[in-house]
Design a protein around this ligand. Structure first.
Ligand code: HEM
Length: 392
């Protein structure tokens, strides 16, 4: 591979279940490779599992898109989101948020997820024997969960679904509009919560760190926005991709249906197999450093390929097989290191509940149109499905 590799964010996959062939070549021959983005920017691609982990643990690689050299730089003047911050402020905010994702808090959310999944399935299965699983189940379940987490009134969940989906489109004008609408909505909600304390994530952050002066108005708003943006569509996507993948691998689905205790393994394998946030963990070097012996100079961009790491045969033998009995751990769909997904256990809980309940209550579920005709979103920032027509 003597020529410069042309890379785009995201790199288009050749089929719903296969990463770009480039990833195999990179892992085998050029584990840390120079590539060029469509706008001409040079970046380093990191393809192997151990190198991706090392990169994500390296404090000299920054997540701040305002720094020169960052891939897809942010030129707006808004305050950074948690995902875009470096230590020490990032570490302080993570600490303030950690209690909100504790096992005790997640247990309360589990009850909501159970109740919502039951209601959504009651409504869907009472219908005519076919439905769009994205609209009827995956999207509302994920958006209701974020509403419960943040303390957003139930009536707003449809607005959130629309806005969050628009944020992932390629239409910059529409994206800007949706972002503005979400920010205005949260600004009002936070004012309301400051006047009337409530027992939910935003209410508790207001009563605690915000009142104590540890959290600014802007940081509070940004926490609400990033939890919605990072936590909703990702999880909804993994639920619908999970359904398609299990339906397509009938033997694996039969195994799961014969022993639902395998659901934890099935969820880990689905996350490894699809890794929807493949190129979410962008970085830039803030000082000279190295990855696997390759010098990376200050100001150079680094793209750890999470999906390539998750298909690395050095860690996952026969990595392109979908195998819910796989014993190897360490999949990187949630990233690694200081920015590792704060909602990872919530996402796992939602996926577990959604899939277990669906395949228990609708054991004869099947695709209503052939796999090749499903509207996969190949061009979206987050790979997924615009709709999933099913029958039972
Ligand atoms: C299957 C679903 C999900 C996937 C695949 C996913 C993936 C990721 C990845 C790869 C990162 C790391 C980005 C980086 O290193 O720069 C991340 C960070 C993050 N995720 Fe998730 N995520 C999911 C669900 C959620 C949920 C449910 C929430 C919260 C409700 C959430 C909130 C966040 C936040 C706030 C960050 C930033 C953490 C930080 O910078 O310290 N995510 N996620």
């Amino acid at each position: 591979m003597s020529e410069l590799i042309e890379f785009s964010l995201p790199m288009r996959r050749p089929s719903p279940f296969s990463p770009p062939a480039l990833y195999t070549q990179l892992r085998e021959h050029h584990p840390v490779a120079r590539a060029v983005l469509p706008d001409g920017q040079l970046v380093w691609l990191v393809a192997r599992h151990d190198d991706v982990r090392a990169a994500l643990k390296n404090p000299l690689l920054s997540s701040d898109p305002r720094r020169p050299g960052f891939p897809e730089p942010d030129t707006s003047n808004r305050a950074p989101f948690l995902i875009e911050m470096d230590a020490p402020r990032h570490t302080e905010l993570r600490k303030l948020l950690a209690a909100e994702f504790s096992p005790q808090r997640l247990a309360v959310l589990q009850e909501h997820i159970d109740g919502d999944a039951t209601k959504l399935l009651d409504a869907m299965l009472a219908g005519s024997g076919h439905a769009d699983l994205v609209a009827a189940y995956a999207l509302p379940l994920a958006s209701l969960t974020i509403c419960h987490l943040l303390g957003v009134p139930y009536a707003e969940h449809a607005f959130f679904e629309r806005s969050a989906v628009t944020l992932l489109s390629h239409d910059d004008a529409k994206k800007g509009e949706a972002f503005g609408a979400i920010c205005s909505y949260f600004e009002q909600l936070l004012e309301e919560k400051k006047r009337h304390p409530s027992d939910n994530l935003l209410g508790r952050l207001i009563a605690g760190p915000w009142r104590a002066g540890q959290l600014s108005d802007e940081e509070l708003l940004n926490i609400a926005v990033i939890l919605l943006m990072a936590g909703f569509e990702t999880t909804a996507t993994m639920i619908s991709l999970g359904v398609v993948t299990l339906l397509h691998h009938a033997g694996q689905l039969a195994l799961l249906q014969s022993d639902m205790a395998l659901i934890d393994e099935a969820v880990e394998e689905l996350l490894r197999y699809h890794t929807p946030g493949d190129t979410d963990a962008l970085r830039v070097a803030i000082a000279d450093t190295e990855i696997d012996g390759q010098p990376i100079a200050r100001g150079e961009a680094v793209i750890p390929l999470l999906w390539s790491a998750n298909r690395d045969p050095a860690v996952f033998p026969l990595p392109d097989n979908f195998d819910i009995r796989r014993e190897q751990r360490g999949q990187l769909a949630f990233g690694y290191g200081m920015h590792q997904c704060i909602g990872l256990n919530l996402a796992r809980m939602e996926m577990r509940t959604a899939l277990r309940r669906l395949f228990t209550r609708a054991p004869t579920l099947r695709l209503a149109i052939p796999l090749a005709e499903l509207p996969f979103r190949y061009d979206s920032e987050l790979f997924g499905l615009a709709a999933l027509p099913v029958q039972w």
